[in-house]
Design a protein around this ligand. Structure first.
Ligand code: B12
Ligand code: SF4
Ligand code: SF4
Length: 260
């Protein structure tokens, strides 16, 4: 089993999912990346994120590789989220619930496929694996996605991929030996690449995102306001206005400028 097999399994699963399950959300083709479990970046994460951030071997002692994937939402979703004033759009809240479930199911599917061929895999939940006080996780999917070459951080903190930032990230650890993906040195955020933008900051009306800082507790307060607003849905701590109708919502805007 190699990189192409893993990528195909993830893509096929997402492609057939709406045909097999009653879901409102639609997704575009995912972007899959690979990184060695021995990559020195995992040691750096213990200082960049926090000391308790797990190394792959702490999740799976025989770890050889880490796989990360970004599942982009259909292109209309961020527009719907933009149109709804103050609160997140209902479709954005539903997409959060449905995509978290999709990620869990992809991982369960891959685990059983890998185990049937004698390999091992550690399951990691898509979210809610964070400390409610510090609002940090001991396994940051988006840092792992960065390490696996899937994208780079934007001024809004989100990972920007070739298909934008509007979507969700999953990752897992396995003992399979996989070829690491290349990491691009090119920024994907217009502001970071030296262009005028910071539209994400303008979108945040909740005193959370500024040009030079991010107040994660203010952000979380807004997420919980939305959860309360959509009380008929299961936990939906969402907002995502900083990713709605911004240049990096569904594309790599630096590439679109023809700069790279
Ligand atoms: C805790 C958490 C939150 C907290 C704190 C947010 C935060 N910034 O960490 C709260 C509840 C506020 C929150 C809010 C949101 N979240 Co959240 N959240 C998480 C969770 C569970 C852990 C994140 C974590 O621990 N981060 C660690 C801290 C230290 O990282 P950080 O604050 O982002 O800061 C780093 C970057 O700025 C980075 N950075 C900047 N430039 C560079 C450059 C380099 C080279 C490097 C290495 C790093 C780097 O440096 C900082 C430290 O490393 C993850 C799921 C997971 N387990 O990974 C989802 C996750 C990050 N959330 C996600 C989303 C979508 C959201 C929301 C849009 C809500 C929504 N769904 O509508 C908002 C966006 C807020 C924002 N602008 O960041 C997605 C991100 C998808 C993406 N495209 O990136 C994730 C990955 C969930 C998922 N499975 O997809 N979230
Ligand atoms: S909206 Fe602009 S400044 Fe903000 S992350 Fe996207 S490209 Fe960067
Ligand atoms: S998710 Fe909402 S509250 Fe949090 S930074 Fe983005 S726009 Fe601001």
């Amino acid at each position: 089993m190699d990189n192409a097999d893993i990528e195909k399994m993830i893509k096929d699963f997402i492609f057939s999912y709406p045909k097999l399950h009653r879901v409102e959300t639609r997704w575009r083709e995912p972007i899959v990346g690979f990184v060695s479990a021995e990559d020195p970046m995992f040691a750096q994460f213990k200082s960049i994120i926090r000391a308790t951030h797990a190394a792959p071997s702490e999740l799976l002692p025989e770890a050889n590789s880490v796989v990360a994937y970004f599942i982009p939402f259909a292109k209309n979703l961020h527009k719907e989220n933009f149109k709804m004033k103050h609160y997140a759009a209902r479709s954005w809240a539903v997409a959060y619930v449905e995509t978290n479930r999709l990620i869990s199911r992809i991982n369960e599917h891959l685990k059983s496929e890998l185990e049937s061929q004698g390999y091992r895999m550690a399951l990691i939940p898509p979210t809610h694996n964070f400390d409610e006080q510090s609002l940090m996780s001991d396994w940051s999917h988006r840092h792992v996605a960065y390490a696996a070459g899937i994208g780079r951080f934007g001024s809004h903190n989100l990972i920007i991929t070739e298909k934008g930032c509007s979507g969700r990230v999953g990752s897992f650890v396995t003992d399979l030996m996989l070829e690491p993906s290349a990491r691009s040195e090119n920024e994907r955020c217009l502001h970071k690449a030296g262009f005028d933008c910071l539209k994400c900051v303008t979108r945040c009306e909740y005193e959370a995102l500024y040009a030079d800082r991010f107040d994660r507790h203010a952000c979380y307060r807004q997420l919980l306001i939305n959860d309360n607003y959509y009380a008929d849905l299961e936990l939906t701590d969402v907002c995502g206005k900083c990713s709605a109708m911004v240049p990096c919502s569904v594309i790599n805007p630096v590439k679109a400028k023809g700069e790279i």
